[in-house]
Design a protein around this ligand. Structure first.
Ligand code: NAP
Length: 672
């Protein structure tokens, strides 16, 4: 049977490469799986198509529309996940490894979709921070905003997670309104191509929004501009080569790199053998060495333990690793499959030899052994370096496979210095039940690591694990780890947007951002806004209430009713003596309650429920005898589903002198 050829997806067409083809072999038995290549593809035209067709189509959509697209794409992947699992076995991955890649990838789309709908406006512009007053009377203000970059995101991915690696980059880029060109690593490009095909065949993706290169990227870097973003995952060497491309430097092309990382895990000084933390540490190291055959950028490469516990640690790990069932990844009882290729296995064997030459000795596993014949199988290899300061290699050389080195430390300062000797990592974990040790460690090592995980007997059952990057948390690390940051919820979306400081009037800024801004014109309405559906409400629509007085009896009644008898409300002398009040004042909560009493329209209708208050400030005290009134304005609206949406109202409470008493955002669940 002819080996299938993978196709590029350029300018909305599937195209085979016509030269520079290479064959990809199965990790299980070395048989050819696919032919790949991108010779003859016009990369400049792909970039133009992304910029001229994909970008405008995505930027027409609001954040919420793009968020719904992500959810639909995730569902499309889930509906055809079995096809992907089947292909993924050929990369050496077990079903569990595939679950992280395929369902973890779809889960990342779902997570960004829900973050997008909850934390971003149903608009095209994202506000950054609060309005900055720049003038006395408030006609000239400053506001930072984010708008979508107008170029293309070029995503160059590593081989180890062909689906998740693609989707964790696509999710924030598409949510930001930026089209992407995906270039998967060749070794597993057949899985990435299949997942990409699922998205295209769903018919959901706007033209030009995503394109695919299966093979080299030729002269593409020559055409990048400052509006493009390169998101790279792979080795430090390739990252260095690409980020120092003259055009990247000349054009200031944004370059986000996730590269190799000598992640450490630390056994706390308190965690002696027999403690739950010791057992959890052993378990985590064994998991990180064997899941995905250790081919994870976040795997534990260096395990640090108090010197006196090294023998116990070595013994426990040997015992545990000996139980790892290595075999055909399709078999249900296999715990560890194959490395991605024999070339990758050769590379890992070479790196183990470097570690040995530097003074580390193998204490479990045999790199020369072939636990299963015919494929790229390797047994887990544990090394021990008893002088971690003399032996530099474990802090510098990354064997990208089932390999880890255990090392002793003297005290917490020594452990911190050793952990930081990796010169920047993606993740560090610590197994300790001592809050003092955890605090000292984070203060001493935080700036060297992108993510830190502290595990103990109380949280381990729900811990997401050392090796799992999460869509809501940042993934990336300083220095050696690439100096980049991905995901992290909305933080990741902002990598694909430009922050601009806008200086103008509140009216202009409200128009630009499609949100009501304090000081912008209000449109006073005469039908109560609680009687209007969301489609009938407009940004800036304002309901002005009647005014009501607040008496000393009201304050007394509220105090006794709620039990809040704070001196400022109940003790005239003490209130007068305070540096803040001139006498007894109304409770802030009373102001809020009376405000609701003034603006609420009681009957069932389009407003279903009050779901929260945000940004509450009490600005002017309200004294007995004062009166108060409310202006309720539509600040922003977002549709959540066919049945519900959210309205954000600006609530401003004034006294009889038109001084602002309180201001806050009220959130309500509404009928769209
Ligand atoms: P690699 O050789 O650097 O390849 C990474 C990607 O770069 C692949 O798509 C590769 O394509 C592409 N590439 C290589 N040379 C290129 C060039 N001159 N121009 C354009 N693209 C080029 O890394 P790898 O060996 O596949 O991956 C393993 C490494 O990735 C490990 O060091 C691991 O730590 C790191 N990694 C890091 C993370 C993270 O998030 N930090 C995640 C996973 C892996 P081809 O395959 O077609 O050559």
């Amino acid at each position: 049977m002819k080996t299938p050829q993978l196709l590029n997806y350029a300018q909305d067409h599937w195209l085979p490469g016509d030269s520079e083809l290479s064959e990809i072999a199965s990790a299980i038995d070395g048989a050819p799986v696919a032919v790949t290549g991108s010779g003859g593809i016009d990369f400049a035209a792909m970039l133009r198509h992304g910029r001229e067709v994909g970008g405008p189509a995505l930027r027409k959509m609001t954040f919420h529309e793009r968020a719904r697209l992500l959810k639909a794409l995730g569902l499309a992947i889930m509906a055809r996940k079995e096809e992907l699992y089947e292909l993924n076995y050929q990369t050496g991955a077990t079903r569990k490894d595939g679950w992280i890649d395929i369902e973890g990838g779809a889960g990342t789309l779902f997570s960004f979709s829900s973050k997008g709908r909850r934390e971003l406006p149903d608009a095209h512009v994202l506000l950054d921070g609060a309005l900055e007053p720049l003038s006395k009377s408030g006609t000239f203000v400053g506001q930072h905003i984010y708008t979508s970059l107008q170029g293309v995101a070029l995503h160059i991915n590593a081989f180890n997670f062909p689906v998740w690696g693609m989707l964790e980059k696509l999710a924030p880029a598409l949510l930001a309104g930026m089209p992407a060109i995906v270039k998967p690593a060749s070794a597993t490009a057949y899985v990435a191509e299949a997942a990409f095909r699922v998205m295209i065949e769903s018919g959901l993706v706007p033209p030009g929004a995503i394109q695919l290169i299966v093979g080299g990227i030729g002269d593409l870097f020559e055409y990048l501009t400052s509006q493009d973003v390169v998101g790279f995952t792979g080795s430090a060497n390739t990252a260095l080569k690409l980020r120092s491309h003259p055009n990247v430097l000349r054009e200031s092309v944004k370059f986000v790199a996730e590269q190799d990382s000598l992640n450490a895990s630390v056994l706390g000084p308190d965690a002696a053998p027999e403690t739950p933390e010791f057992d959890l540490f052993v378990r985590e190291i064994a998991i990180e060495m064997t899941v995905k055959a250790g081919q994870k950028c976040t795997a534990i490469r260096r395990a640090l333990a108090p010197a006196e516990h090294m023998d116990a640690l070595e013994g426990a790990l040997r015992e545990r690793l000996a139980k790892t069932k290595i075999g055909d990844p399709r078999d249900a009882d296999t715990r560890m499959g194959a490395l991605v290729s024999t070339a990758q296995r050769d590379d890992v064997r070479e790196k183990i030899a470097v570690l040995e030459a530097a003074g580390a000795r193998i204490v479990a596993g045999d790199p020369a052994a072939e636990p299963v014949k015919g494929g790229a199988f390797l047994s887990p290899v544990l090394l021990r370096a008893d002088d971690p300061w003399a032996c530099a290699a474990p802090h510098d050389v990354e064997p990208f496979g089932p390999v880890s080195t255990i090392m002793p430390y003297k005290d917490i300062e020594d452990a911190i210095a050793l952990a930081n000797r990796g010169r920047g990592s993606l993740v560090l974990s610590m197994f300790t039940h001592s809050t003092d040790a955890a605090r000292d460690f984070v203060l001493g090592a935080g700036s060297f690591h992108g993510r830190m995980l502290i595990v103990d007997r109380d949280n381990h059952k729900e811990s997401t694990g050392h090796g799992s990057p999460l869509p809501v948390l940042v993934h990336g690390g300083p220095g050696r780890a690439g100096g980049g940051e991905e995901m992290g919820g909305v933080r990741g979306v902002k990598h694909y947007m430009q922050r601009t400081a806008i200086q103008s009037s509140p009216t202009m800024i409200a128009a630009i951002s499609s949100q009501y801004i304090p000081g912008a014109p209000k449109h006073v309405i005469d039908v109560h806004p609680f009687r209007r559906t969301m489609s009938e409400l407009h940004i800036g629509d304002t309901w002005k209430t009647e005014s009501r007085s607040v008496s000393i009896e009201d304050i007394e009644h509220f105090a006794h009713f709620t039990g809040d008898r704070f001196y400022a409300h109940m003790d005239e002398e003490a209130a007068k003596a305070s540096p803040i009040f001139e006498g007894r004042v109304a409770h802030g909560y009373l102001v809020l309650s009376f405000a609701a009493g003034l603006f609420v329209d009681p009957d069932p209708g389009p407003v279903l429920a009050n779901t929260g208050l945000e940004n509450l400030r009490f600005l002017t005290p309200l004294y007995p005898g004062d009166s108060m009134r409310v202006e309720l304005s539509v600040r922003a609206k977002s549709i959540k589903s066919q049945d519900t949406g959210q309205v954000r109202w600006a609530v401003e409470v004034f006294n009889q002198n038109d001084e602002m008493v309180a201001t806050y955002d009220l959130l309500t669940e509404n009928v769209p």
